[in-house]
Design a protein around this ligand. Sequence first.
Ligand code: AMP
Ligand code: MG
Length: 619
Amino acid sequence: MVSHLSTGSAGGVSLSDLPKSNVFTSKLPADPAFETPEASHKAPRETLGPRMVRGALFTYVRPEPAEAPELLGVSSTAMKDLGLKAGEEKTAELQALVAGNSILWNEESGGIYPWAQCYGGWQFGSWAGQLGDGRAISLFESTNPDTNTRYELQLKGAGRTPYSRFADGKAVLRSSIREYVVSEALNALGVPTTRALSLTLLPKSKVLRERLEPGAIVARFAESWLRIGTFDLLRVRGERELIRQLSTYIAEEVFGGWEKLPAAVNIKEGQTSTEIDNPPRGIPQDTIQTHQDVDENRFTRLYREIVRRNAKTVAAWQAYGFMNGVLNTDNTSIYGLSLDYGPFAFMDNFDPSYTPNHDDHMLRYSYKNQPSIIWWNLVRLGESLGELLGAGNRVDEEGFVKDGVNEEMEAEVIKRAETIIERTGEEFKAVFLNEYKRLMGSRLGLKTGKESDFQELFSEMLDTLEALELDFNHFFRRLSGLSVSQLETEEQRKEAASVFYHVDGFGGIGETDDSARTRIAKWLDSWRTRVLEDWGAENDAERQAAMKAVNPNFVPRGWILDEIIERVERKGDREILDRVMQMSLNPFQDSWGLNTAEEERFCGDVPKYKRAMMCSCSS
Ligand code: AMP
Ligand code: MG
């Protein structure tokens, strides 16, 4: 009888019982123009429009009322992760909340007032000035009573804020469907990402982009929505006290305390550290940088944590063939989350120069550039934190805290900051490579890492896929299904090679069926040898299962998202969204029992003229 009582049971709690907070707005400075919720609430909505906001990290602002909203979909995994009980999505309370029609504050008793964050950013390599949440409004933080994970829940497309610049504060259905699906798909693949709870259609809201389109709201959540761009803006404006305050907030409130951050590594004496406990596969330990001879203060440790997280995330993008498409600093998370979904894509045919961003003529954000671009962004962060990193053990001296770097300190501070950023760059490379090898190794069914794997298995495989214009994610899934006993002879391997072909064969200039089969067979031979080394012939079924558990059968590719958008928007289809969400939440299954023909089509060959699609930034 007590099982249904909402006391933080594994089954989740109701929306009203979910513990809520506003640590962000209580610890960080508000826009001085509307310093309190009351001041913002009393202000006519038009006065909360675009302007420059200084000395603040957010503005109190409420969502615009939504007329006749229709809840189109909810992620069941998101509900669970937030700590909400199943069925809660059917309540009027939850539906009103995710549509922007209810806030947890009123004039009589107060509560939690929504806010929009202030940040800036480097876009395509140029300083873009103040940006901020121009169409995202955070409602509150909630804590899952079982896992104790705290998330900030925010509505994207909920109306104008002081950060809307020239735009309308709205999001169109098309891009909202894309964000809703991909957030949950990436999470299911194990790629760190911001999440999506729900998708709400605003049928009365007509939004002008390339044409008039329906508006929508995604209720999204993340451990933190702070970006490198948040620091960029403070640095450009010289708001140095705020940089210290924000850093402290992140260490204490986002990462759970300074003591959780990585410490200096002493490899020679074998002291513990994340790396020493888990030696990176294939990386000699002495390539990991030690920071102990450079007065590593707590801000350096914070910087390293942010760098390490982003290194792992970009490694996961590379291993799963995911591209964000717009890796500006305002879209780079301090928590290392994949963030802000515009013209993103999963790779179809393997092509390192591919970018899904139609406007990215320089290929700045193409697949192969993602790791170096993320590092470029992290160097901007290093510069924002520069004086804190460079101050070493003098970081808390009264004079420095108050007035910053004086002439006497200057040379030393600059030198130390440069050294730290450079060494953290080495750490970025090591962590990136380690994670990339770990993920690629497990995608290829390996249990151990060998120095030679990188060249003989990873590079050779990627070169083959590129040369023959074969599909990246299908390759891994189809490989998972091959048994080593099918690959014993050259003849067998050549026979098996065509499982990787498209229905229309393969591509590549000058390649023949025989040259293609010979090349794939050669690779399969090296792969088979390594798999046998790691598993033995007797455990092949287990190896296949392990591979299927990391190689998705389904990824939401551009052409599939386009079809869903078309069906939801033009044909009034509602069921398709739920089916695709089920597939996205459980991407490793062979089938889902929803609609066999559709499942097979969505997991099968990408129609020839729908490969490597591109999107514009308008959303
Ligand atoms: P994005 O390219 O989506 O990362 O957005 C860059 C900046 O433009 C962010 O500050 C967004 O909040 C803002 N922005 C983009 N679209 C809109 C819109 N429709 N209304 C208001 N602000 C927007
Ligand atoms: Mg953005």
